[in-house]
Design a protein around this ligand. Structure first.
Ligand code: VGL
Ligand code: ZN
Length: 210
């Protein structure tokens, strides 16, 4: 059992949005299964922070913006390799809204990301250029957070990069394995778990927390 320290711990809920759930534009297989364990975790925390993928319609991560390119292909953009996605989480659309069954009442902050047309942002901390901050690290530091618990979508993209950056910013980082689901392109879920483990991320089950 692990005890939540309400003053020093934060729950980070990554991208639990309609487009990442079944029926959405970039549906993560069984993505909606994260909602029940996340809703059960929320009351244990004082600091609950959500991220929201929030793209303009002409976002450069969309295959639709690149002539003759297909979804899930990769291309080189000025900051590195980028997977091309179906149009998803467009600002102001239903797909970009949080899933209606997610309890958002106790969330104290929402970090929107991916709103610059020319750069994608998987991580809750840094955009994909690995330089531009979202502001989350400063927020967490200023309220005295030392440890972050991660859950949400998708294990192999936004959750993974958020976890790796959390360790880089010096936070003790814990992944709640039954409260994440992945897209899984070429075994990317298995490699995400390996990379997180190698970086020192602890991997626990939601029922280990009290
Ligand atoms: C995500 C791909 C594109 C995610 C967001 O939330 O993991 N993946 N945009
Ligand atoms: Zn996105």
């Amino acid at each position: 059992m692990r005890e939540v320290r309400t003053d020093k711990d934060a729950l980070l809920i990554i991208d639990v949005q309609n487009d990442f759930c079944p029926g959405g534009k970039l549906a993560v297989p069984n993505g909606d299964e994260v909602i029940a364990p996340i809703n059960a975790l929320i009351p244990k925390f004082r600091h609950v922070i959500q991220t929201q993928d929030w793209h303009p319609a002409d976002h450069s991560s969309f295959a639709s913006q690149h002539n003759a390119r297909s979804e899930y292909e990769t291309i080189e953009l000025n900051y590195g390799t980028q997977v091309l996605w179906p149009d998803h989480c467009i600002q102001g659309t239903t797909g970009a809204e949080f899933h209606p069954e997610l309890n958002t009442v106790r969330s104290t902050a929402v970090i929107r990301k991916g709103f610059r047309a020319g750069i994608d942002s998987y991580s809750a901390f840094l955009e994909n250029d690995k330089t531009t901050k979202t502001g989350l690290s400063g927020l967490l530091e200023s309220i005295g957070i030392e440890r972050v618990y991660l859950c949400g979508l998708a294990t192999d993209f936004c959750v993974k990069w958020s976890a790796l950056d959390a360790t880089d910013f010096g936070f003790e980082t814990i992944l709640i394995k039954d409260a994440v689901r992945g897209i899984d392109l070429e075994d990317s879920v298995a490699s995400a778990f390996r990379e997180m483990d190698d970086a020192g991320v602890s991997i626990i089950h939601s029922t280990d927390l009290r």
